[in-house]
Every structure is written in C-alpha cells, then in structure tokens.
Design a protein around this ligand. Structure first.
Ligand SMILES: [Zn+2]
Length: 175
C-alpha cells in the first residue's frame, strides 16, 4: 500500500493549467518515473493499468460511479501471510504489471476506512484536483487555500460588491 501522498499525486495528475485540462500521465516518461518511484518497472502495460485505475478512482471520488466499479481492477489479487523475525506481514500477490495500480486501489480503500468522507474533490468547479481533509472540523473545501480558496473568495467579494452597486454582473474571464 502507498501513502496518502501517492494517492493524491495519482488523483491530481489531471490538473487544469491556464484554463485547459491537462493529463500529466498521458506523457509516458512522467508516468513511468512515477511508477518506478512506487516500486514498478514503468513499462507500458503497467502504465496502462495505472491510467485506467486513476480514471476509475477519480470517478468514484467524484461520486460519478460506485466503488463496485473498482472490483475489476483488483480482481485476482490476494494477500498471503509471511512470517519473519519481525512478525506477520501480509504480502500482496498480483501480476507485476498490475501491482502499482492495485496498490493505488488498496490505498484508496485504506483512506476511506481510516478517514471516511475526507477524500473529496476541490469545491472549485473549475478545478479538477482532490484533497484529503485533515482539519478537526472537517471543513476544508479547497485543494489549496492559496489558489482555489482565495480565488473563490475574491470572486464572491466582487459579486457582492457589484450587487451592492446595483449593477448586473458581466461574464467574468478571470479563470
Ligand atoms: Zn482546487
């Protein structure tokens, strides 16, 4: 299983850059590097599994599909017990090409269990990033306060000002 950071890197690999949705994982070398950093070999089959799994996880986190949609991605994977001086470990057994993708799904499942409802899309509808909310009050809404949070606050402020001045708002092009 990976850490939360790896899961967010995967989910956040389709950002909007200068108003245009981008897929950072479409570029083979970038995804290959990520896969190697996470125990894979970075080969094309592994990349294909990772992209497919990332897309499915994004849909689930956005609520566009249910978690059942992930079943096919982990089908056939299993964990076997391994005993050593350190104690009992459960080792994931799955084809090498699928390992990083399966680990991503397991990481998602772990976070769902440990931090239910805390993994969510950024509340800025122009943003395609995700966040894990660690705030005590569970009120974090933006991928980043510095970018989306401030931008939306500024937009609301402008809208309120315009309303106060009794003018109709022209369409804004500040994205
Ligand atoms: Zn955002």
């Amino acid at each position: 299983m990976f850490g939360e950071e790896a899961l967010l890197e995967a989910l956040n690999s389709t950002p909007v850059v200068d108003g245009v949705p981008r897929d950072l994982w479409l570029d083979g070398p970038a995804l290959s590097r990520w896969a190697v950093q996470h125990g894979g070999d970075g080969g094309p089959t592994e990349q294909e599994w990772l992209r497919k799994t990332r897309d499915a996880l994004q849909r689930v986190v956005r609520g566009e599909s249910g978690p059942e949609a992930l079943t096919a991605l982990v089908a056939g994977a299993h964990k076997v017990p391994h005993l050593s001086a350190e104690g009992l470990d459960w080792i994931l057994e799955v084809e090498a090409d699928r390992r990083p993708a399966v680990e991503l799904v397991l990481t998602w499942a772990h976070i769902q269990k440990e931090l239910p409802g805390r993994l969510r899309p950024c509340a800025n509808s122009d943003c395609r990033l995700f966040l894990v909310d660690h705030s005590r009050a569970n009120t974090a809404r933006w991928c980043s306060m510095r970018t989306c949070g401030n931008r939306l606050k500024a937009r609301r402020h402008h809208e309120r000002q315009r309303q106060a001045e009794g003018r109709t708002a022209p369409p804004r092009a500040d994205r």
